[in-house]
Write a protein that binds this ligand. Structure first.
Ligand code: B16
Ligand code: MG
Length: 225
């Protein structure tokens, strides 16, 4: 059994728990517009770019706004979001992340970030992981948002590996779809009922080990913890 050449990590919801901060900020915009917005609706915004998320919220309320108004809403949403994430520290890194990255390094598996977030550099610096990855592809470098595979294909390309040699870790429906469309195996991190399209779903990264990764990569039967 062999190992993948690289793991490409989503950021929000996989490396750091920023999902509640995105939710609070989007809910503030939805409330202003009198659009009902719960965690259920938020689930479909995970992994989706800022501008596309705002368009989806407006569509939920059947409301039309000009491009400039949409930009104004996203700017204000981001101000609320950045205010929250500016207080992040290494304690906001999700369980098992640091240990799993260390394990990958010990086995010469490259590590990359594939995130839709334009705030990626700020977040990685705040939690002390800005030097932890070989390659970082984020929302500042892509044209198409997840579920388009662009962010992961760029990651594989910059690592100089074929997509099939990389495994993606994702917490979002859109992100799992992006990985699969890019020809990569995908580990869903979160709820198996939501992330059913992933090859395997774990609750958090403490469940991962090298044998698990080898089995997933070589299509052997997985024995989940
Ligand atoms: P920003 P990921 C995504 O990050 C988030 O899941 C999504 O909720 C957010 O709208 C998107 O980044 C854009 O983020 O507004 O910071 O540029 O999960 O792909 O790491
Ligand atoms: Mg995410």
């Amino acid at each position: 059994m062999s190992l993948p050449k690289a793991c490409i990590f989503d950021l929000d919801g996989v490396i750091v728990d920023t999902v509640p901060a995105h939710f609070v900020a989007w809910k503030a915009m939805a409330d202003e517009l009198n659009i009902p917005f719960t965690e259920e609706e938020n689930e479909h915004l995970k992994g989706v770019s800022r501008i596309d998320s705002m368009k989806r919220i407006l569509a939920m309320g059947n409301i039309e706004k000009s491009e400039q108004e949409i930009i104004d809403y996203t700017t204000r949403k981001n101000e609320i979001y950045v205010e929250i994430i500016s207080k992040m520290t290494p304690s906001d890194i999700l369980p098992g992340v640091v240990e799993f990255i260390d394990l990958l390094r010990q086995h010469n598996v490259a590590v990359a970030i594939g995130s839709s977030s334009k705030n990626t550099p700020t977040i990685l610096k705040a939690v002390g992981l800005d030097q932890a990855f070989d390659v970082i592809v984020d929302g500042n470098q892509v044209t198409y948002s997840k579920p388009d595979p662009e962010v992961f294909l760029k990651g594989a390309n910059q690592l100089d590996f074929a997509p099939a040699e990389c495994i993606v870790l994702e917490d979002a429906i859109s992100g799992v779809e992006a990985a699969k469309r890019g020809g990569m195996k995908c580990i869903g991190v979160g709820d198996a009922k939501v992330l059913g399209a992933a090859d395997v779903v774990i609750s958090d990264m403490t469940e991962l080990n090298i044998d698990f990764l080898k089995a997933l990569y070589t299509n052997e039967e997985l024995h989940q913890a």
